[in-house]
Design a protein around this ligand. Structure first.
Ligand SMILES: C[S@@+](CC[C@H](N)C(=O)[O-])C[C@H]1O[C@@H](n2cnc3c(N)ncnc32)[C@H](O)[C@@H]1O
Length: 277
């Protein structure tokens, strides 16, 4: 166990550089530099099993940007809760949200203290953006975090982003209940954004090998089928085009129909009129 030295504000926190880390594997897939040898070995094993994984990671990141742009520009959302933030990568949520409103509020949440330290270093003393260490598996605690409560007014529409994070919750972590608790807290007119890994279009052997990579990592990975992913939107009105391959969700260019789909994604709106219970 090695203390990397950049999580000074998190005394006692250490980073195990012998264990592949899910945020750093994703960073490598996106072409980033915030990863260690152990992460690159894991990422290469993943790519050997599922060669399209890097393309899918880029498509997922592009979906995140399109979804935030839609929410900020077309849906008029001014506050964002981004759970499972990941390491800094192109197109931060606050930068995109601020294109529509320079004082849009964004809270980044991640259960990885190094991710949070990176985010805080990036944000400096920003007044309308914060990063907190919190775990989606304890949604009530996350929603009650002092910084979240200070920055997010849950009586007003909010966008909750669960982009490429729910597959790090196993069924035994009750992911549908966690999302249910968040939806309950959202005001009418709020939006939920989800992207999630699927194994629907790859072989069982490829799926088994991918699972094995994440079993040895900082969080196990659970691919889910389309119906299981659609369940996260239970009770919400789906924004067009519904739950689809992450690469084609509101993509400007015609659906590229690249197979296999490795992530499904969608955006749902909580019914009702903002400001009314
Ligand atoms: C693949 S990255 C996704 C980054 C970003 N949302 C994106 O899609 O580009 C997943 C992130 O989720 C975080 N994560 C995993 N399990 C989590 C949990 N239970 N609670 C909060 N964050 C979690 C990881 O630390 C990692 O930073």
């Amino acid at each position: 166990m090695i203390n990397p030295g950049y999580a000074d504000d998190l005394p006692g926190r250490v980073v195990d550089m012998n264990v592949p880390n899910v945020a750093r594997i994703y960073d490598f897939l996106l072409g980033g530099k915030d990863n260690f040898a152990v992460d690159r070995v894991a990422a290469r094993a993943l790519l050997a099993a599922v060669p399209e994984a890097a393309r899918a990671a880029r498509d997922n990141r592009a979906f995140l940007a399109r979804a935030v742009r839609f929410l900020a520009r077309e849906a008029g959302i001014r506050q964002f809760l981004d759970i499972g933030t990941g390491l800094p990568a192109r197109g931060h949520v606050h930068e995109i949200a601020r294109e529509a409103d320079p004082i849009a509020r964004v809270v980044y949440c991640d259960n990885d203290p190094v991710v949070v330290a990176h985010a805080n270093a990036l944000l400096g003393d920003a007044l309308t953006v914060a990063a907190v260490e919190s775990d989606l598996r304890s949604p009530h605690q996350l929603l009650a975090h002092p910084r979240v409560r200070e920055m997010i007014d849950f009586d007003q529409p909010v966008a909750v982003l669960l982009v490429a994070v729910l597959h790090f919750l196993e069924d035994s972590d009750s992911p549908w209940e966690a999302v249910g608790a968040i939806k309950d807290r959202m005001a009418p007119g709020s939006y939920l954004v989800v992207s999630h890994v699927t194994g629907d279009e790859i072989t069982l052997e490829a799926l088994r090998q991918a699972r094995a990579v994440y079993r040895g990592a900082s969080a196990p990975g659970t691919a889910r089928c389309r119906e299981e992913i659609e369940l996260f939107f239970d009770g919400l009105e789906m924004v067009t085009p519904g739950v689809v391959d992450v690469a084609v969700w509101q993509a400007r260019r015609r659906a590229r129909n690249i197979r296999p789909a490795l992530f499904y994604a969608g955006v749902g709106r909580k019914p009702g009129i903002p400001g009314q219970p």
